[in-house]
Design a protein around this ligand. Structure first.
Ligand SMILES: Cc1cc2nc3c(=O)[nH]c(=O)nc-3n(C[C@H](O)[C@H](O)[C@H](O)COP(=O)(O)OP(=O)(O)OC[C@H]3O[C@@H](n4cnc5c(N)ncnc54)[C@H](O)[C@@H]3O)c2cc1C
Length: 485
């Protein structure tokens, strides 16, 4: 069924007006607004690249209310764009410009239903913000082992729908590995629920995994049961100066050998990125006296049984790395405040790079062992093909995933450069990534930003499977149209 026309805020009494009246009656004033001032802040994506329109913003307070709204949308053919914290990087939560869609905010559904310390799991609603979740479980001496720079905004529903990664994937995996159970409203308003997790369950497909990473195109996540771990007793963060990206990879292998499961994070950045961060954060200091071509941030944790020897083991690990020539210098955090300060340097790379000027950004992965070679081969290629640009790679080396930014030469009109040259550069980067057997979206999803590129470069068999699943679960195409598939 085609979405109804004339649903935009300024429309007159059309079919959609009947829909809006009924939705308003069912959801009440807290659950539905058509006030443009209240809706406007949520119509532009985090990076400011996409702005859309919506006929209304719905904020249901429960799974039952949400299911009722979805049934109503299905009956009237009204598209739905789910949105959590709107911190996504691919424009996935921004409606198109038609104004036909309902923007569906999950932010009111923010209850933590149960923290089960013994079973080490939490059941919470989709609108719970990641930082709130961290704090709630920490108060019970537990932790949820996924974190990322947008934790103050990103919601559980958004994290699940984008299969978010972050800086602990090396040890704990992305959201896919941490979701034990799921509750979601399907396109026809039925509620799919597997909130009570089973360790073993072989009754066919793992359907919750279909919904994880589906970016709101197959169903709307309303709640989830997530895996928890005992709180960390202590952590050490090491800041290492290293000669090359190849040495960083060798250092990673060394740390994996020596620290085993205690190794939680391994991030890298080049000298240019650290300099940009120090310019961006005038109060920040480089942890090392000298200058190095690359830097690695390494996090090692201990539980209560291993805490006594943590520092000693980290010192031995670094001393051996130094002897093997894998690092040139290193500093180890002496306190939690210092650990935070080291992480701040890493988390400030993206805003610092933005301050340097216009750039095209890519979130790419190749097989972990090939990443140094990929960056060393392709960065000079891009810089030669687009003179004056600078290719900068930083991020999750341990996952074979870097953020690969191509910074514009000094140009008068950065926006025009991004739209013209930038587009051609992105196609080139994505071609190279595909040739190296990698992914054009390692952790940020496809959204509307990379939809054309996925269609251009995706494996035809995989694409036809994606489309078949989408058609089977959402035959009217009302769930987040124009995104992913
Ligand atoms: C500073 C910063 C750092 C970041 N670092 C990382 C990082 O290291 N790793 C990483 O993976 N991401 C990172 N992100 C991206 C972002 O935080 C994640 O993509 C996050 O998962 C988005 O959550 P959200 O609630 O904001 O979702 P939104 O942006 O609101 O939505 C994202 C997508 O999920 C869909 N969606 C949202 N909620 C639901 C729901 N309940 N049901 C169905 N679909 C839904 C939307 O339609 C959209 O397609 C970062 C973002 C920022 C701002």
């Amino acid at each position: 069924m085609k979405p109804v026309a004339g649903c935009a805020i300024a429309s007159g009494m059309t079919t959609s007006a009947a829909f809006l009246d009924e939705a308003a009656a069912r959801l009440g004033p807290r659950g539905l607004t058509r006030d443009p001032d209240l809706i406007a802040p949520w119509l532009t994506d985090w990076r400011g690249r996409f702005t859309g329109r919506a006929c209304a913003m719905a904020s249901p307070g429960s799974t039952g209310e949400l299911a009722e709204l979805v049934r109503l949308c299905a009956a009237h053919g009204v598209p739905i764009v789910p949105q959590g914290g709107n911190s996504g990087m691919s424009g996935g939560a921004t409606p198109d410009e038609s104004g036909d869609a309902v923007l569906l905010s999950l932010r009111r559904m923010n209850a933590i239903r149960e923290i089960d310390g013994e079973a080490r799991r939490v059941t919470c609603e989709a609108g719970v913000v990641l930082q709130t979740l961290h704090e709630a479980v920490e108060a019970r001496d537990l932790r949820f082992p996924l974190t990322l720079g947008g934790k103050g905004s990103a919601t559980v529903g958004g994290l699940i729908s984008t299969n978010a990664g972050g800086s602990q994937v090396l040890r704990h995996g992305s959201m896919r590995a941490l979701v034990l159970g799921l509750e979601a409203v399907l396109a026809d308003g039925q509620v799919f629920s597997t909130l009570t997790p089973l360790k073993k369950d072989n009754r066919g497909f793992d359907l919750k995994q279909l919904l994880i990473g589906s970016e709101g195109t197959l169903g709307i996540v309303t709640a989830a049961t997530l895996k928890l771990l005992p709180a960390v007793a202590e952590r050490v963060v090491i800041w290492a100066g290293i000669p090359s990206l190849g040495a960083a990879r060798a250092l990673l292998l060394h740390c994996e050998d020596m620290a085993g499961d205690a190794l939680e994070g391994f991030e890298v950045m080049p000298r240019a990125s650290l300099e940009a961060v120090l310019h961006h954060l005038p109060a920040a200091r480089s942890p090392l006296a000298g200058s190095h071509a690359w830097y690695a941030l390494i996090e090692v944790v201990a539980d209560r049984s291993t805490v006594a020897t943590l520092r000693e083991r980290c010192e031995a690990m670094m001393a051996e790395a130094f002897e093997k020539g894998l690092l040139e210098d290193a500093a180890m955090s002496a306190s939690e405040a210092q650990a935070e300060a080291f992480w701040l340097l890493r988390e400030s790379v993206a805003p610092a790079e933005r301050e340097r000027g216009p750039a095209v950004q890519h979130d790419i992965s190749v097989p972990v062992e090939k990443m140094p070679e990929f960056v060393e081969a392709t960065a000079p290629m891009i810089e030669a093909e687009w003179p004056g640009t600078e290719a900068v790679a930083f991020g999750h080396l341990g996952d074979g995933n870097v953020h690969y930014h191509i910074i514009a030469p000094d140009v008068a009109d950065g926006l025009a450069w991004q739209q013209n040259e930038g587009k051609a550069i992105s196609r080139r980067v994505h071609d190279l990534v595909t040739q190296w057997g990698g992914s054009i979206s390692a952790e940020h999803g496809i959204g509307q930003l990379k939809r054309e590129e996925l269609a251009r470069l995706g494996d035809p068999v995989a694409l036809s499977m994606l489309r078949a699943v989408k058609h089977a679960l959402d035959p009217q195409g009302l769930l987040n149209p124009g995104k992913l598939v």
